[in-house]
Structure formats: structure tokens, C-alpha cells
Design a protein around this ligand. Sequence first.
Ligand code: IMP
Length: 428
Amino acid sequence: MKTTVVVGTQWGDEGKGKLVDIMAESADWVIRFHGGANAGHTLWVQGQKTVLHLIPSGVLHAHTRCLIGPGVALDPFALIEEIRGLKSKGFLKEERQLLIADQCTLILPIHKALDQAREKSLLENKIGTTGKGIGPAYEDRASRRAITLADLYQPRLEEKLNRVLEEKNLLLEFLYKESLHNPKDLVRDLVGLAAELAPYRTSESSRLLIDAKNKGQKILFEGAQGSLLDVVHGNYPFVTSSSTLAGSVSPSLGLGPKFVDHVVGVFKAYCTRVGSGPMPTELKNEVGAKIQKDGQEFGSTTGRVRRCGWLDLVALKYAIDLNGVDELAMMKLDVLSGHEKVAFATKYRIGAVVKDSFPTALEDLENSVPELEWHESWSESLIDCRAWEDLPGPAKNYIRAIESHVQCPISRVSVGPDRAQILKVPRI
Ligand code: IMP
């Protein structure tokens, strides 16, 4: 497939980064199209760990060009740190490997301050954001006062920053009792960064991608967060502030709706969630604790412990529909070794009603009790499995049962963090 989008089909942290890194081996381009440094894509290559927040996961392949597209909320301070970190490890040797769209919305320190102040004031009602300023920056975009990457190179930067800071400083001072941000300091810091970012700027990202496709080059779009965190179709308000779905490639990058040929949905063999909001299959017991420990389920951006539970096929089916998924990739199956039995949810009971569709009202999701289907488990470690034939029978049956429920093929199964720990699933 020439143009493929890889999206998360749960609440984020599905392992998209690992899959994109592997697929990038044969890709010419890898593109981030939404979200910002709230994402944390962890890659393990020959025992070395790299966590990326903004730069596409293709960057570890020297031949792959990476683009941070116009729809991304870009924290220039975090980006510079990431660029320097990659260079110090011997990656990103050539500037042409990374492009950043001029239209990106900048996340400024005041957006992060506002995000964190709001969360603090919400007490037990907090969303549990990553505190990276995502919501406030996208608000500025929608209210037409955002600073873009291109603005860093324009004479009116200070005037525009004054406008942004004036209102936010009022909120910080009088509503949240937090300290103020000084526009002059910010201009100084941003001008310092602008020179370092200048070689990566592009004002013609749509044209570059259209030309690449016309030349037969292979393009991968890397989703961030997960479908259930989508600002419209996720379980609002416990969502992020961008559209996380495959369809958002088109408006976020300025490409026509037929540009993408293929959609890969990534899911973990169980569910995790960071932050607040309902998660019907959550296990607040020793089984959940075992999954959390075996899967090392800590947020790669915030270090928070992730909530864990059984795989939720009601949610997965919903995400398959939302994205038009053609094939699935299952990650971290190795983590489920050593349980007495394994399960997935196939329906929700809400009061007396049993449904297999994902509720759109928050209260319905909060009141949903999962109906579980139990399966035989396996005790062996899967980390050395490299082919379908290496998997124990119950693990194969678990995979086939999921495919049959969601009516979508699972093409790959990952059994460990390293690039090599992945196997292909034969089509039935
Ligand atoms: P925000 O995107 O920082 O505003 O956070 C909104 C919600 O999305 C919170 O529940 C976060 O924990 C969650 N979230 C944001 N980014 C990620 C991610 O990359 N992985 C998992 N959860 C995320």
C-alpha cells in the first residue's frame, strides 16, 4: 500500500510507535498529523530506548523523511530538546530528514501553565490531561489568535504575543492565582529558538506529499493518542483536543479525502487508560495489577501509572468503524502470559439493557458493566515467538476469537518491545 495511516483504536499507548518504526523501514515518509507533545512513542532498537513526543517514529531510519504537519500543536521548546537528543544519539544527521509545517500552532509556556492551573482547580473532576498545554493551544487556534511557526519569522511576533498573553495573564492572575508570563522574555526565548528551527520549515507540505505520492513513494501517517480520546467521537469530555481518527489526515494536512489508501488499527491485547474517565473493563484487583506490572504500564509522557483491564471489543469495534480500519495489529500479547484465564468484553449491560454498541453519553459509559467472554490462557513466555507456529494453541485461539468478533483481520502480533519481537498472522 502506498499511503497508510496507523491509528490507535483504544485510549492511546497502544504501541503505534513501535509499529510505525517497523513499517518505516520500507517507507519514504512518516508524518505526524495531529496532537502534540502529549504523545509519547517509545521505541526500542537493539536494547536502546528512545521516546519521541513530536518527531515521527520514522526518524530512526536515516532514509525516511519525517514531517510534522500543519494540524500539530507544536511546543518549540520540547521540539528543540527532542532534536538535540536525537542528534546526540547519532540520529537526524541530515536536516532534510525533518520538515515542520509553517502552519503548526505553537504551544507556549503560558498554554502549559493554563492547562495545569485549570486541572488543579477542577479537583476531583479533572480530565487528567498531560499538562502539555494541548487544550489551551487548540483553543487559540479555533479562536483565531494562535501563534504559528511562521509567525516566529515575522515582524509582528511581539504584537501577536502581547494579544495572547494579555488575556491569559488575566486568567492566571485573577482566576487561578498563578504567576504571570512576560511577553518580552517570551519573544527573546522564541527568537533564540527560531534560528535553530529555521532549516526545517516548510510552507508547502501538501504539495510535497502530493508529489511524493505521484512519484510512487510510500507514505505513512502516524496517529497519536487513540480513537476513544477523539475530541468529537471519544467519551467527551475525557478526551484530548484534536481529532485522533484516520479521517483527520485529510483536513489536518490539507490533502483530499481519497489520499489515504489503507488504514491500520493498533490495539493492545488488553486495555489501558491514563487520566480520568470511564473504562468499563478496568480491573481494580490483583489481575489488573499483574497486567500493569508485567506490561510496565507507566505513561511515557507523564510517568503516571496506567489503569489496566481486559480487552474491550465493544470499544474496539466502535474504533474500527470510526476509522474504517482495514487490518489490525495486536501489541503486547506477551503480557497476558501466566493468567488463570483471559477474557474480553463483547457487550455492555446498562441497567436492564444489554448492547454491543459503544454508548455516546458519558453517563451510559460510566454505568456500563462489561459482559466478558472467557478463554483458556497460556503459561509460556511468548517473547521468543517469531512465527505464528511458535505461539501456544490458546494464544492462537484468543487471536482468532477476537478476529471473529470484530470481523477484521489481525495481521501482526507483537510479543515484546524490540523491533524483532513481532510476527505475522496468516489469513484464514
Ligand atoms: P491532553 O491531550 O493532555 O489534553 O489530555 C487529555 C486526555 O488524553 C487525558 O486523559 C490524557 O491522559 C489523555 N492523553 C493525551 N495524550 C495521550 C497519549 O499519548 N496516550 C494516552 N493518553 C493520552
